[in-house]
Write a protein of this length. Structure first.
Length: 142
């Protein structure tokens, strides 16, 4: 159900924001409770892609919530950085988001402060993606 809400652009934006916020909270809760079994949908490629696809949204609040959720999802044991990179195309989504944020910084003085706030989780996700992707590559070749 969460995947349907996240991936359907016809669903009210407020509901999509609440859904992606819930995903982030669930992932964060999972990180805090390492000894408990992870929820199966955290390893579902289509589910992860539905979260990644929200990052280049024109709504900055939705974009920020998606980035925060991805940051937590990348740190889970069951999610693989390779899936984020190859199937979800996280790198491409981050590039589009970065371009969008740069354009907004140049065009819109009123939203500049909020754009700066969104850049922070964007950079954190980029760093985590690179770290976990590199780590998985190294483990594959050991």
């Amino acid at each position: 159900m969460l995947q349907d809400i996240l991936s359907n652009p016809n669903v009210d934006i407020r509901l999509r924001m609440k859904a992606v916020f819930l995903v982030g909270d669930l992932a964060e809760c999972q990180l805090e409770n390492i000894d408990k079994a992870e929820m199966l949908f955290f390893s579902n490629r289509l589910f992860l892609k539905s979260v990644v696809d929200l990052t280049p949204s024109s709504d900055l609040d939705l974009q920020e919530k998606a980035l925060i959720a991805i940051k937590s999802l990348l740190q889970l044991k069951t999610t693989e950085a390779m899936v984020f990179e190859e199937f979800c195309r996280l790198g491409e989504a981050l590039e589009r988001t970065n371009k969008q944020l740069e354009d907004l910084m140049l065009e819109d003085d009123d939203r500049r402060e909020y754009v700066t706030d969104v850049e922070s989780p964007h950079k954190e996700v980029e760093q985590l993606k690179e770290f976990y992707f590199k780590d998985q590559i190294e483990r594959m070749y050991k």
